[in-house]
Design a binder for this molecule. Sequence first.
Ligand code: FAD
Length: 414
Amino acid sequence: MASFVQYRALQRAADPYQQRVTRTDLPENERGEFVLYRPTAARRLSRNLALNFAILRAEELGLPLAIAESLDEPHLNDRLAAFLLDGIRVNAAAKGFHYAFVKNPAALEKRARIIVADELPTRRERAHFLVDGNGLLPMRVFGKEQYAAKFLRDRAHRLLPDLWAQIDDLPPPRRRLALESDPLPKLTALGGRENALALLDAFLADGIHGYADQRNKKPTSGLSPYLHFGHIGIHEIAERVLASDAADEDIDSFLEEAVIRRELSFNLCFYNPRYDSLECLPEWAKKTLDKHRRDRRKPSYSAEELEGAETYDEVWNLAQRQLVETGTMHGYLRMLWGKKIIEWSETPEQAHAFMIEQHARHALDGRDPNTHAGVLWCFGKHDRPWAPERPIFGSIRYMSSEQTRKKMKLNLPR
Ligand SMILES: Cc1cc2nc3c(=O)[nH]c(=O)nc-3n(C[C@H](O)[C@H](O)[C@H](O)COP(=O)(O)OP(=O)(O)OC[C@H]3O[C@@H](n4cnc5c(N)ncnc54)[C@H](O)[C@@H]3O)c2cc1C
């Protein structure tokens, strides 16, 4: 299998915008006073392709640049707001920019000549230019849905030498609009670029060593909420990982998750309009789930019982409590968590809806393309049929709590 380590000395592509900028049909506001950048996926002022694009447009038009972030995450609650606000505070304090927090951006948007926004496959932004800075590769480069990691991986390694671009910081715009910020609510949850960089440093110093074969037993990077909110970007993470002293197999194993698996999730949400339902499962998975639709669920739990971590299974309860109390869950435990929900729910559709809803409400990294792909993986997406055929699951991969206890270090009540 091709290794990421070969890209250590790669000459980065000269044009970082190739296949990443879309001009929508929104008419330009000829009387607009400024270029507005609305960060929704890359909420940072460094190594940010959409911001660079907005700076260049502002310079070209001779207009000031305005940057305004709002708390527009779906299912916003105190935990998510606090994480976002930490990021806004860091950005608002940065030199060379005016980064404003606005509760209601609609009035501002009307005054803008052009609006530049981040492109996420799970959101529709009202903007003139959408910039896809999500992955090491542009989402459009694949042309269609890639049904398994191996297809995306093969193509990615053919394309990366030409398309892995350097995203540097441009000088701040000469003219900037000092927007009046709304008062920032006083919530905090360790979000923001500085915390992301500290976590990455700590991970490179310790966590990455042994990642290839020990990651179920150790904490992983914890970077997913920062990637989700764009407090840090994948280009910076991948470059730092390649420049680290980690063993080649650990580097490859980490980038397999952070690049291949993550970009497979974006690929799914970008190319498959049914990414939020079981409709987008492969035929074999749909068939086997249907065949076992009437199998007796024993035990079976209601959404309330599951939400309250009231099952007989202490491993699962631990995972659920961790999600509700901290907004995070270890990657390995997450797989078991999903599989058990399938086993205990009346229908696969109920299980799917519960997993998506729990991620939306509680997970710091939820509401992400990775949420959809991760949840669907539990139902067979991006996987293959497994033997033996079992009740409820049919030929979908099964996982047991006993196995999980053996594979992970868990802090369970005695
Ligand atoms: C049921 C289920 C739900 C999931 N929901 C989410 C979610 O809401 N948000 C989310 O970011 N990830 C989700 N994942 C994928 C994965 O579990 C998390 O990305 C990972 O646990 C995050 O922890 P980390 O940042 O410490 O990961 P690390 O192991 O340090 O990995 C680094 C980065 O690689 C990416 N990554 C790691 N594993 C995967 C994977 N299997 N698929 C895609 N990308 C991956 C993430 O961006 C992650 O931050 C889900 C997986 C499952 C099985």
